[in-house]
Design a protein around this ligand. Structure first.
Ligand code: NAD
Length: 377
């Protein structure tokens, strides 16, 4: 089976969907690997690195895609490139499927089996394929490092001959994978950390990392079967903002990482809350790509709002491109490896398997995913 990996062309993308290490692993399975020249350049891998581990280097993107049995990518493809693929080819990448109806239909029309990596289920068996986790983890880390760099304070407490420096106060809103890593990173740097999430199960996880949990009674919040937050009512959000206002005002750094899977992120830090923050404090909005948790955040920009820095950097994991590529590529390899038939030397779509069932969006000319057909959320 031939696996083709084109270079990512989204502006500013630094990550690669394959590393030289994974080329070796795919080759051991018996797959033939061809990568587009420059595929790993921004992540720190040269064409030579890929060639040494057994990949062929292509300088013809159209032919690379047309000859593939499997295409591996990081981001969704430009819609016109879907028609370059052979019918029955398998396409694996993030696809933003709830918002990309036309793209998904095009995969179906071209008879491509498209896998959306965002739909890998949050189960123990699928953890090694979970790109949302592998990327969010690095995003949470980088958000804290960026905040520390922009802050006018240091994070740890220091007792010096010139007096005692008190630790910075960091408030994390939304404690999924990114939020947990942000807590751990801020704690390692010595900050005093408080965190909040609407899912009640999170309180214990926050405390186990040595942070304080801010308690807010919003009534019924709960979580979905996959562990995602449910959308709150406008009344609940208003109550949450009121309750967080004081903590934001007292904090030196606020990291927002609150998301609702497949929907626009809730606005949790309003202009009024920003007005109440101290001069020199920093807010990082990790939800900027899904609309943002912070009122007035600028997409992929860092702005000064009356002395408060608001960081809206998009693609935070891309700020650590080597490690982000390493874990993303491992996630893809783990998916392909799990369903690799050694006799046929092929990736076999086991239609009755819960992982394939959850992440396959188009097959045999149709949209096959229940989450997109409105039968499940
Ligand atoms: P996410 O990116 O969808 O959301 C981030 C966090 O924002 C979530 O914790 C969510 O509860 C929170 N949030 C939403 N609305 C909020 C609000 N108004 N105020 C405060 N917080 C709000 O989450 P994620 O990081 O993708 O994780 C989703 C779930 O998946 C979690 O339960 C996580 O533990 C679980 N998970 C499970 C596995 C596994 O078992 N294999 C792996 C990874 C994640």
């Amino acid at each position: 089976m031939k696996i083709s990996v084109p270079k990512e062309i989204h502006p500013g993308e630094t990550r690669a969907p394959i590393t030289p290490g994974c080329v070796t692993k795919f080759a051991k399975l018996g797959a033939e690997i061809e990568v587009e020249s420059g595929v790993g350049a921004a992540a720190g891998f040269s064409d030579d690195d890929y060639a040494k581990t057994g990949a062929t280097i292509s300088h013809d993107r159209k032919n690379l895609l047309h000859s593939a049995d499997i295409v591996l990518r990081l981001r969704k493809p430009p819609v016109e490139e879907i028609a370059w693929l052979k019918p029955k080819a398998i396409h694996v990448s993030m696809l933003d499927p709830f918002n990309e109806k036309e793209l998904i239909q095009k995969f179906a029309d071209c008879d491509i089996s498209a896998i959306s990596m965002e739909f890998i289920p949050r189960t123990t068996r699928a953890q090694k394929m979970d790109v949302l986790s592998s990327q969010a983890n690095l995003g949470g880390y980088k958000a804290v490092i960026l905040a520390a760099e922009h802050s006018n304070k240091i994070f740890p407490m220091m007792t010096t001959a010139a007096g005692t420096i008190l630790p910075s106060k960091v408030f994390i809103i939304g404690v999924g994978v990114a939020g947990l890593q942000a807590i751990a990173t801020a704690k390692r740097l010595g900050a005093k950390v408080t965190a909040y999430d609407t899912r009640p199960v999170v309180e214990e996880q926050v405390k186990s990392l040595g942070a304080q949990f801010l308690k807010i009674d919003l009534g019924e919040t709960g979580q979905t079967r996959d562990g995602y937050a449910k959308t709150l009512t406008e009344e609940q959000i208003q109550k949450q903002r009121e309750a967080m206002k004081k903590t934001c005002a007292e904090s030196d750094v606020v990291i927002c990482a609150a998301q609702v899977f497949g929907r626009k992120a809730p606005v949790l830090v309003t202009a009024e809350m920003l007005d109440a923050m101290k001069l020199g404090s920093v807010v990082v909005d990790l939800a900027v790509e899904t609309g943002g948790n912070v009122e007035g955040v600028a997409y992929d920009k860092t702005i000064d709002r009356n002395g408060v820095t608001i960081i809206g950097v998009a693609n935070m994991p891309g700020r650590a491109p080597l490690h982000a590529s390493q874990v993303y590529a491992e996630n893809l390899f783990n998916l392909i490896g799990e369903f690799w038939d050694k006799q046929q030397k092929a990736f076999v779509l086991k239609m009755d398997d819960d992982i394939i069932n959850s992440c396959l969006v188009t097959h045999d000319g149709k949209i096959v995913n229940q989450k997109l057909n409105g039968k499940q959320n």
